[in-house]
Design a protein around this ligand. Sequence first.
Ligand code: 0O2
Length: 210
Amino acid sequence: MKEDWTDFLLPYKQTTSELKAKFTSLRDQFRLSQQHVPIEFVTARVKPIDSIIEKMQRRNIVETNLETEMEDIAGIRIMCQFVDDIYQLVKLIRKRNDLSVIEERDYIANEKESGYRSYHLIIKYPVQLLEGQKNVLAEIQIRTLAMNFWATIEHSLNYKYNGQFPVELEVRLKRAAEAAFQLDQEMSAIREEIKDAQQEFSYRRGNDKR
Ligand code: 0O2
């Protein structure tokens, strides 16, 4: 196993902190422009060494292929209010020229067996290091607050049960995932109604002034 993880992980650390700053700044730009803000908050992490080693063993990844085969050593998570916000952000990310999208996994349209929902983008991000530019793979996960609530709880239970849930718990978690998704759909419907009502209101005000 690697002797010096600090050196190896440095570009990933830099990638996560740069991307977090960029997406936080994007949120601030939306706020300033008085538009609906599609980003609620952003988190970033470098995968812990024990998780990297566990995944290397599970996926048969050899050390020399780590940089090309493990796509989520650098991870960014963006939380949104609405499902539509997720797809708006995906479009924005595809257009950026400071990174390139190399793979997309829509676990919202195609939820995982566990009930997990999120939109994943695997990107290539160039970081500037002492020795020059290096392209780093990173995973951006975009989810609603409800999806994040479910995933956070399920992730900690997974840890507790070591990935082997009792059947009843598995069923309840799937039900909870469905309830979270229903909540997202209900909130989107309410949002559309509010938008329609606001448009109707401004149209009427416009007519009254004539
Ligand atoms: P952490 O702590 O977030 O780093 P694999 O990593 O082998 O499971 P794959 O195909 O490499 O899967 O990548 P995938 O499925 O696109 O994304 C893996 C990451 O997505 C996980 O990372 C989780 O963050 C999240 N994820 C995927 N499936 C689930 C799920 O069923 N429940 C929850 N809570 N999260 C999920 P890590 O490394 O597991 O965790």
